[in-house]
Design a protein around this ligand. Structure first.
Ligand SMILES: Nc1ncnc2c1ncn2[C@@H]1O[C@H](COP(=O)(O)OP(=O)(O)OP(=O)(O)O)[C@@H](O)[C@H]1O
Ligand SMILES: [Mg+2]
Length: 208
């Protein structure tokens, strides 16, 4: 399916991106009360590359990423995806535009199993059944080199496994840009290796 056209983003109609997403940010500003978390930030993330954003605590990294992922609204400035200005209104909207984010605190549901968490946020392209979801989950986890048992309660997972579940959920949507906020905090050395190997091998848009 072709990249979501700007008109689809504007109307919120259902459309999926395919392939890597080039992100440009111009003069982005967001304040929380008196705190200017992002102050006229301009930068570009070229498609198909791994970028790191560094800064001290409170520098505004998470705020910037949450704006790109539709979790926080910007006050002013512009975001362009593949050259087209977009107003990312929500995480679902960002996902349809091809941007997925793994938050510092994963957004899974602890009372659900791995499969149930995958199932409840699954794109329709995977199919309607639990069996299809299980198969897709196993495939995607294997491709990424992640160790995820579909039947494990999410509450029993390590931080690293919860992160892997979030990544696999986003890969199922075929995201073209994957944002990881502090991805190496609290995970084991082998999970870091798995994350870096998967990141190097990842082909944007190929998860679907
Ligand atoms: N929802 C919010 N409400 C109020 N203030 C906020 C909110 N989110 C962020 N801030 C403030 O904005 C500033 C930037 O925070 P942000 O979390 O973006 O920084 P960060 O670079 O990700 O920091 P860290 O390295 O600690 O994760 C901080 O002063 C923070 O307290
Ligand atoms: Mg942060």
């Amino acid at each position: 399916m072709p990249a979501a056209p700007a008109s689809a983003l504007a109307t919120g109609s259902y459309s999926y991106s395919q392939g890597a997403v080039d992100i440009q940010v111009r003069n982005l500003t967001r304040t929380f009360g008196r705190v200017r978390a992002n102050d006229t930030i301009s930068l570009s993330f070229a498609a198909g590359q791994i970028h790191g954003v560094l800064g001290e605590n409170g520098a505004g990294k998470s705020t910037l990423m949450k704006i790109l992922a539709g979790f926080v609204r910007r006050d002013s400035g512009e975001v362009r995806l593949n050259g087209k200005p977009v107003s990312v209104r929500s995480p679902a909207h960002a996902l349809r535009a091809g941007i997925g984010m793994v938050y510092q605190d994963p957004l899974d549901i602890p009372a659900f199993t791995v499969l149930e968490n995958f199932f409840c946020a699954m794109p329709r392209s995977v199919g309607p059944s639990r069996a299809a979801a299980r198969q897709r989950l196993i495939e995607l986890a294997e491709q990424a080199g992640f160790v995820l048992n579909p039947d494990t309660p999410t509450a029993h997972l390590t931080v690293g496994q919860r992160q892997q579940l979030e990544i696999v959920r986003l890969l199922a949507w075929g995201v073209g840009a994957l944002i990881l906020d502090e991805p190496t905090t609290g995970i084991t050395a082998s999970q870091k290796d798995a994350l870096f190997t998967a990141s190097d091998a990842w082909q944007p848009g190929a998860g679907r």
